[in-house]
Design a protein. Structure first.
Length: 342
């Protein structure tokens, strides 16, 4: 009899966890928004940004790639068809402009929120090495300093942060020496800037299995590193005004919360792989995008049927230093919001 009671309790716990979408009772996790009308799946939503004025931007590697929602998850506008075949990250500067990366095109773009191109960095389809001053190899993320300087996490195939002036002129390379040592980088997948102007870099370190966060000044001087903080694959960063750092851990299915290098909380068992995260600076709500999880919009666990056109596009978008993403492109993905309970 006791055996059956324990079985019932175990099933109940699993079901309750599925609805809760996190084991951290201080937070509520729910699905956010939905794909454009007529589309059944998100189809590779890779990145998200929030402007603090009521708009949430989702960037995905399918058309239309730029989706603009209000805080209620209602789709307001889309744009960008055909412009970003391997869309990877979206970030905002202080003027409200969007900074977008296309991984396989090796490009960084600056756009207005309405879709007007303002600047490009990189050479389309040309992969650079760790010493290049004008090309990237799989740019992963962008952070913009208070003075407008640009920091590109060139971290999918290179191991560095590249610093440009606000006009796009090369200044210097941070890292560039692949390795596990302090100041070295292996896979710098995300970068943000704290209130002191320091660069906060998520370094996956897949070879050494020592995922960490490293801190640099804007001249590239190594300051410190945060290790042993329970990260598995840190791929997304978001930072609050008080320098509370949120780390999206893809393989950990979690968001780790840090303050001054110390873990103060973990939002775990998200039933999602948070590839990228963002925080609304006004509401404090967190948003996450999970591109590879094969989920239908609304949370039905079921991979969509293979789309021959999407598969062909995936193969055609592979370039130098890239991989064939055909299987990745037939999956769904999801977008969620994480709300701290009052």
């Amino acid at each position: 009899m006791k055996k059956y009671v324990w079985m019932i309790l175990a099933v109940f716990t699993l079901v309750a966890g599925a609805f809760a979408q996190t084991t951290n009772r201080k937070y509520e996790v729910t699905f956010f928004g939905a794909p454009p009308k007529g589309q059944k799946v998100w189809n590779l939503p890779r990145s998200v940004a929030a402007d603090g004025k009521g708009s949430i931007f989702v960037f995905r590697a399918s058309d239309p790639p730029v989706l603009i929602f209000n805080r209620d998850g209602e789709l307001q506008k889309t744009w960008g068809d055909g412009l970003f075949p391997d869309a990877h990250s979206i970030d905002l500067d202080r003027e409200g402009n969007l900074w977008l990366t296309d991984r396989d095109a090796h490009m960084v773009y600056k756009y207005t929120r309405d879709g007007k191109q303002l600047m490009t960095l990189g050479k389309k389809g040309v992969a650079g090495d760790n010493k290049s001053m004008d090309t990237f190899n799989g740019p992963a993320d962008v952070a913009i300093a208070a003075n407008g300087d640009i920091f590109v996490a060139d971290g999918h195939f290179n191991s560095r942060i590249v610093h440009f002036s606000k006009d796009g002129k090369f200044i210097n390379i941070i890292g560039g020496a692949k390795g596990p040592g302090p100041g070295q980088l292996e896979v710098p997948h995300a970068v943000v800037i704290d209130s002191k102007g320091r660069l906060i870099v998520a370094d996956e370190q897949p070879t050494a299995h020592n995922a960490r966060v490293q801190i640099f000044d804007q001249n590239g001087k190594f300051i410190e590193q945060w290790t042993g903080i329970g990260l598995e694959q840190p791929t997304g960063l978001a930072i609050a005004a008080d320098d509370t750092l949120y780390v999206g851990d893809t393989d950990g299915n979690s968001i780790t919360i840090l303050k001054n290098g110390k873990v103060i909380d973990v939002i775990g068992s998200l039933q999602a792989r948070p590839h990228n995260i963002a925080i609304d600076p006004v509401t404090g709500v967190l948003y996450l995008t999970d591109p590879p999880t094969p989920m239908m919009a609304g949370g039905i666990f079921n991979a969509p049927p293979q789309n021959p056109v999407a598969s062909a596009n995936a193969r055609s978008n592979t370039g130098a230093g890239s991989v064939d993403r055909t299987t990745e492109r037939i999956q769904g993905g999801l977008v969620k919001q994480v709300i701290k309970k009052k």
